[in-house]
Design a binder for this molecule. Sequence first.
Ligand SMILES: Nc1ncnc2c1ncn2[C@@H]1O[C@H](COP(=O)(O)OP(=O)(O)OP(=O)(O)O)[C@@H](O)[C@H]1O
Ligand SMILES: [Mg+2]
Length: 246
Amino acid sequence: MSESKDLIYAGKAKDVYETEKQNEVIVTFRDDITAGDGEKKDNLKGKGHCNSLISSKLFEVLEENNVKTQYIQLIETGSMLSKKLEMIPLEVIARNIATGSLLKRFPFEENQKLDPPIIQMDYKNDEYHDPMLNDEITIALGIATQEELDEIRNITLKINKILSEFLKEKGILLVDFKLEFGKDEEGNIVLGDEISPDTCRYWDIETLETLDKDSFRQGQDNVMDIYDQVCSMIVDEKDIERWEIQ
Ligand SMILES: Nc1ncnc2c1ncn2[C@@H]1O[C@H](COP(=O)(O)OP(=O)(O)OP(=O)(O)O)[C@@H](O)[C@H]1O
Ligand SMILES: [Mg+2]
C-alpha cells in the first residue's frame, strides 16, 4: 500500500484510499465476506486477492469493448488503482435467469430464462435495506435524471452481453449480477466498484453448480475453493502466477 494515503471509506468488503492524485483512488479488496444484509459474516483468507484479479480481468474485457470503467491497473494483489467516482447510490442488477430474491418477491418459476434480461435498480441505502426503485422515485429523490437512468440501463445491457459471451467461453453461465456506477470529473457515467463472485451469480455451464457467494449464503464449507476455481477459470494463468500470494 505504498502509494496509498488516507482511508476515505471502509465498506463491508472493500476499502477506498486517497492517492497523490485527486481523481484517483485505490480500491482494496479485503478477505471479509458478508451476506443477508450484513448479518452473516466471515473472513476467507485469499478472497480479496481472488476478487481483485477477477474484477481486474472483467474490467479489462469491458474496456476492450469500449465500456468506461474505473479500472486503471492492479498495483498489488488486492489493490486496484481506480478513477475516483462520485458514486450514484444505485445497485443496478441484471438478471438472465430467475433465482434468488426475485423468486421470493414474484411468482417466477425457479431458473426461468429471462429474455430479454430484467434490469432492476435498488436504492443503495443500508438504513432502508436497499429497496427496489422505479424511475419516478429515483428521479424524485434526485438520485439520477431520466437521461442518466436510460444511459445506465443501456450500458448495463451492453455489459451483460459482453460478459455473458466472455464467461460462456470460460465455461461459466452468467445468471445475474449487480453493478454500481459513478460519475468521473467530467460527469461521464463510469462503471465502478467490482465484478466478482461476491456480486455476480456464476453457474458452471455444464453442471449448473454454484460458483459464487451463494456457496457462502448456503453455508457450504468449500467457499474459498470455489472462489479459487472461478479465479483460475476467468483470469489468465500468467496473471495468476504474476500476482501469486507468497
Ligand atoms: N471508483 C470509486 N470511487 C469512489 N468510491 C467507490 C468507487 N468504487 C466503489 N466505490 C465505493 O466504495 C465502497 C466499497 O465498499 P464495499 O463494497 O466494501 O461496501 P459497501 O458497498 O458499503 O457495502 P456492500 O457492498 O457490502 O453493501 C462502496 O461504497 C462503493 O460505492
Ligand atoms: Mg459494495
